[in-house]
Design a protein around this ligand. Structure first.
Ligand code: HEC
Ligand code: HEC
Length: 377
């Protein structure tokens, strides 16, 4: 049981097992008692018991916001919360956090036109206690490279255009025609999470359905997206993905990803990328809209294949990153697919290694049927 929870937690992106049980409990509560919540109906104030600052935030964004805070401070939920009674204000850290939220919003409002330039992470950098005095050590860690709009508007003549990069990528995987010939894909292998290994199967159907079923301790844990909605099994039932989670799942589910990219995104920007696993890359930034996340895509300059994808889910206090690294591309029925991918979030990561791929085999449509509202009770 513990292992199931561990795995689910990594998949959900909030990583102590407790974190997820709590988040799960909170979301379970909301999704089952009121299905309008996931349709963007309620505010956090209406949905939860004791909200004083994040009142007008959509209810479904509260947990991602909490995940952002937790990752920024490098703590667990219990740093601020009394277990199972998250509405309680007993811990002074929670009260401090409220003031900090107000401070962040005020700083950004008065200095940055309301853009979230300063966030919890700007000061906290993964620690509950920010340091205000410069360090003497020459070895102190430098902040990571800034992101996206570094050279806004500037175009570097030595860089290829977004079109060239996308065309090269499409050609490298085998071309549009070969890609479209693949209707289904069944992958079997192992998932390695927090030092534990379990079998996993991933069922995909074009253009955008995907279900992965892992088997921690012989049980089964499902993450699914069927083109319209997404869901995950959690210890106490089924969690329906929020619109934001769903957009992430939609990207992972694209069977024709190199083609889908141009349909999902209109605005691209090219920059030199960093070295990734010894490969020199180009960085293609795609601007998202609404709940569709911004993407950073790193392509191998030589071979043209996608080696890394980073996407950002916007929360009311800052962005939560998810990174997927693709490796071990092999030609299979005329298309190149990664046999290994590593998914990382601020609090954990897992690796999937595929050992067996079958394409254009029948896939049971029942796998893609969302569990009914009632079923989770
Ligand atoms: C640094 C402190 C801090 C951490 C860590 C934290 N929270 Fe919170 N949480 C808060 C504050 C502050 C509020 C109240 C916000 C408000 O009043 O607008 C809150 C409110 C909540 C609520 C609403 C409770 C209710 O009914 O009123 C839930 C649910 C919640 N948090 C879940 C979590 C989960 C799950 C985690 C771990 C992923 C977490 N929190 C981590 C500070 C924190
Ligand atoms: C402008 C810088 C800055 C920002 C932005 C900021 N903090 Fe802080 N925070 C601090 C400083 C400085 C302290 C005091 C550190 C200490 O006591 O060692 C602190 C302390 C805290 C503490 C108390 C820690 C403890 O152990 O008592 C919490 C909780 C906290 N911050 C949460 C947050 C949250 C949540 C956010 C984002 C909404 C945030 N902070 C944003 C600078 C910042």
């Amino acid at each position: 049981m513990r292992r199931v929870v561990l795995l689910v937690c990594v998949v959900l992106g909030a990583c102590s097992w407790r974190t997820v049980l709590w988040a799960g409990a909170a979301q379970h509560q909301t999704t089952t008692t009121d299905k309008a919540a996931s349709d963007g109906g309620k505010t956090a104030e209406q949905q939860f018991k004791n909200i004083k600052v994040l009142k007008d935030v959509p209810a479904e964004q509260l947990i991602p916001t909490m995940q952002f805070i937790t990752a920024s401070l490098g703590v667990e939920c219990e740093f601020c919360h009394v277990e199972h009674e998250m509405e309680k204000d007993d811990k002074k850290e929670k009260q401090t956090a409220r003031k900090m939220i107000e401070m962040e919003l005020a700083i950004d409002k008065y200095n940055f036109d309301g853009d979230l330039e300063v966030t919890c992470y700007t000061c906290h950098r993964g620690s509950a206690h920010p340091v205000g005095t410069p360090m003497l050590s020459a070895e102190n860690t430098r902040p990571p490279a800034p992101h996206v709009h570094e050279h806004e508007g500037e175009s570097d003549a030595s860089l290829p255009s977004a079109d060239e990069i996308l065309n090269k990528y499409l050609a490298a995987v085998g071309g549009a025609e070969a890609l479209r010939k693949i209707k289904t894909r069944v992958q079997k292998g192992t998932i390695d999470a927090l030092g534990h290994q379990f079998p996993i199967e991933v069922y995909s159907e074009g253009p955008d359905k995907r279900v992965s079923i892992s088997h921690p301790n012989g049980g089964s844990s499902v993450t699914a997206f069927n083109g319209a909605v997404g869901w995950l099994t959690i210890p106490n039932g089924v969690h329906r993905m929020t619109p934001m989670e769903r957009e992430g799942a939609r990207i992972d589910a694209q069977l024709y990803f190199p083609l889908a990219l141009r349909e999902m995104y209109q605005e691209f920007e090219v920059q030199p990328g960093e070295q990734i696993n010894g490969q020199t890359t180009y960085l293609l930034t795609a601007k998202g809209e609404g709940t569709r996340p911004d993407l950073r895509l790193y392509f191998d300059q030589q071979g043209g294949l996608l080696v890394r994808q980073v996407r950002y889910a916007q929360t009311p206090l800052g962005k939560l990153p998810t990174q997927v690294d693709y490796a071990d591309y092999r030609a299979t029925d005329g298309v190149k697919i990664p046999y290994q991918w590593t998914l990382a979030r601020p609090n954990g990561s897992f690796v999937i290694r595929v050992t067996d791929v079958q394409q254009n085999v029948p896939v049971d449509e029942k796998l893609f049927m969302a569990p009914s509202e009632e079923k989770g009770k």
